[in-house]
Design a protein around this ligand. Structure first.
Ligand SMILES: Cc1cc2nc3c(=O)[nH]c(=O)nc-3n(C[C@H](O)[C@H](O)[C@H](O)COP(=O)(O)OP(=O)(O)OC[C@H]3O[C@@H](n4cnc5c(N)ncnc54)[C@H](O)[C@@H]3O)c2cc1C
Length: 458
């Protein structure tokens, strides 16, 4: 096997900052704002031209993980709640009661009651505004492609822009790329499951008129297309409302493969576009609500549920989630179902109900690195636990913790572990986070509830 080329080049330093946030998805957006509010000079670099990651780039408009599934009480506060209130355009966005109804029924009977829905464009503008107000420097169209490591420190990040390669020096780094790109490039250990959840290209339809039968009819239509051999594998379908009831997105394409392999990603896009058209045609033929619909868009890019999970000081396990095991270094709460999409099965799958559970600081700290934390779906969790902790709001909670910790670490030469967990927890509580006693209160309210939601195929 021929060895590769040796690549040597001097690169310009294009920026020096206290805290560099890699990726402006749900976790990175909140991390950058939280760090800047602690007084750090913060830059966020993002590969795409807008913030939001999955939620704006894949087209899906519900923030999940807000509430204890039993009591309906919010489990995430602080800048996360502030962001959601503004993105949803309503002050009572944190007070919505949880209703375990499906998307279409919810849309018809209890609009905006079960989940916080917001406009995708409003998320993007909201992120831009909050970055500006907090003093975060933003570089879109900037991809992290390497990390320069010095002992246990990640000293600088190599970025690719249209101008070529450049260096950004940072005292501390938050890796919120979803795929742990920066941590992996710095040589941190990570796990990848053989049973990694599949990718999905969403598509949007306009001019629809949904009613209470639509979900079942849509489900039957794709099942028949599958039986005819027109679709290899699909999920759901889950159909969610966008800005109004005449415009929906469909989460149903399912592409097994790795979201960090460009061949698999390319296949997810190409097959996804074909499957979207197949489903759309079946919907138009067989679902009255979609008879006059048009296929508005796919993507813009395929959504990736699971790739690298870093090996952290601690790892969140499925048992931790199912038994709500307390973590002394808790910095955020998760609360969403164990919602693990099977890569080769079609249709709906089991959603296991969980109670609010602790996410430990140690799951955000890659072993061997002192000044780099991760936030979001690449944190240290086993693949089953990640099926819950991967959702948007939980990722935002981790972003708040990592942004706050990396800014506080500046006082200790950038060593995030030297911040001290009590100091960090107290600061997070000051900033409105829901952990420790506040979490206890939510659990106690839920314990008294009579109608307990149960695990179900959804
Ligand atoms: C199809 C699908 C449907 C889902 N449905 C829901 C749902 O209904 N509700 C819910 O709450 N959750 C849902 N999820 C899960 C959830 O949206 C994601 O797991 C969560 O948003 C992850 O947040 P994150 O910030 O960790 O990563 P991401 O949202 O993936 O953000 C990562 C960001 O980093 C950028 N980036 C990546 N690599 C680099 C790099 N090297 N350099 C610079 N930038 C980079 C990306 O462009 C992106 O903006 C869904 C996920 C998928 C895939």
């Amino acid at each position: 096997m021929a060895s590769g080329y040796k690549f040597e080049r001097s690169l310009d330093v294009i920026a020096r900052v206290d805290v560099l946030v890699c990726g402006a998805g749900c976790a990175g957006t909140v991390a950058a704002i939280a760090a800047a509010r602690e007084g750090a000079s913060v830059m966020v670099v993002e590969d795409r031209g807008f913030a939001g990651g999955y939620i704006t780039g894949v087209i899906g408009a519900s923030f999940d993980g807000w509430v204890d599934l039993r009591s309906g009480l919010p489990v995430v506060g602080g800048v996360v709640a502030e962001f959601a209130r503004a993105a949803a355009g309503r002050d009572d966005a944190m007070d919505v009661a949880f209703s375990p109804s499906n998307e279409l029924r919810e849309m018809k009977e209890t609009p905006d009651k079960g989940k916080i829905r917001f406009g995708i464009e409003s998320f993007k503008r909201q992120a831009d505004r909050m970055f500006r107000e907090a003093g975060v420097k933003v570089l879109y169209y900037t991809r992290v492609c390497d990390v320069i490591r010095n002992g246990d420190r990640a000293d600088a990040v190599v970025v690719a822009t249209k101008a070529g390669l450049g260096i950004i020096h940072a005292k501390t780094i938050v890796d919120a790329t979803g795929d742990a790109d920066a941590a992996a490039y710095a040589g941190a250990a990570f796990d990848i499951s053989d049973e990694m959840q599949p990718m999905s290209l969403h598509f949007c339809m306009g001019n629809v008129k949904v009613d209470a039968n639509t979900r079942d009819q849509a489900s039957a239509a794709v099942a028949k297309a599958h039986a005819r051999g027109e679709l290899q594998v699909y999920g759901g379908p889950w159909i969610g409302r966008l800005e109004d009831d005449t415009h929906v997105y469909v989460n149903a394409c399912r592409a097994p493969g790795s979201g960090i392999d460009q061949t698999d990603l390319t296949r997810a896009e190409i097959q996804g576009r074909l499957d979207a058209k197949t489903m759309f045609d079946a919907f138009k033929r067989e679902v009255p609500a979609f008879a006059d619909a048009y296929l508005a868009s796919t993507g813009p890019f395929a959504g990736v549920r699971e790739t690298r999970r870093i090996v952290g000081d601690k790892t969140l396990t499925a048992t931790d989630v199912e038994e709500e095991r307390p973590q002394s270094d808790v910095v955020a709460l998760g609360a969403w179902y164990l919602d693990r999409h099977p890569k080769h099965q079609s249709g709906y799958h089991m959603h296991t109900v969980v109670r609010p559970y602790d996410i430990a600081f140690g799951t955000l700290c890659p072993k061997g690195l002192s000044n780099l934390m991760v936030a979001g779906r690449c944190h240290s969790a086993d693949s089953v636990a990640l099926a819950s902790s991967r959702v948007t709001v939980t990722c935002m909670g981790m972003g708040q913790a990592a942004g706050t910790a990396t800014a506080m670490a500046l006082a200790n030469g950038g060593d995030v572990r030297a911040v001290g967990i009590t100091n960090l927890q107290n600061r997070l509580l000051d900033r409105g986070a829901i952990i420790l006693d506040r979490a206890e209160k939510i659990l106690r309210v839920g314990d008294k509830m009579e109608n307990k939601p149960v695990s179900a195929v959804r």
